[in-house]
Design a protein around this ligand. Sequence first.
Ligand code: PEP
Length: 235
Amino acid sequence: MKRLIAGNWKMNGLKMAVQEVESLQRKLTPADMEKNDILICPPATLLMAFKHKANDLQLGGQDCHPRENGAHTGDLSAEMLSDAGASFSIVGHSERRQDHGESDEIVKAKAEAALRAGLTPIICVGESQADREAGKAIRVVTTQLEASLPATEGHFVVAYEPIWAIGTGLVPKTDDIAEMHGALRSAVGADIPLLYGGSVKPGNAGEILSIPHVNGALVGGASLKAEDFYGIISA
Ligand code: PEP
């Protein structure tokens, strides 16, 4: 399975950020492209601009509404993301679950919407620090995943992102990532790419990406700068 290195730009990036994408493309070698699928999930406002530049990079949305269209002010459907050039959509990121009260049921509907529109959903799951300290991480995450999986047929990606590791510089122990990814692998089978996300940086990417059943990374902060993102891709 090719590695998937995905950048989640969150609410960052104005149109001049296209220069960052071009700078990344100048660094990428044929060997990098052979080993990795590279995905950028910019704010939706940049998808169209990036579409014309992306070439061998893939584009994704950061969220999608379960419905195809309708009276949902401020929301974007998976069909709209696809129309704008996306081939993936992140669903269930912990910032959406926390800031917008998204339940597993909503995340599941969003994953199904992505599949309906021909996008690959990246379904995010992860435990809180309290869950980890209480020894409940595996149970919490596998339960969350089970309830967030689409009921419809189709290819999807799972991203394990411990909430306490996102944007904090904290990373679980290698054994803990291996244990979690082993449990996720048992839950979803051999063909589903499993990404790790949470403070992945050029300096720790090599070790994280070599853990069994880690098929790539979902990268927040370090995906904003071409140099850092390339440092992860080339790790
Ligand atoms: C994320 O938000 O998906 C993420 C992994 O962020 P960071 O890499 O900044 O921890």
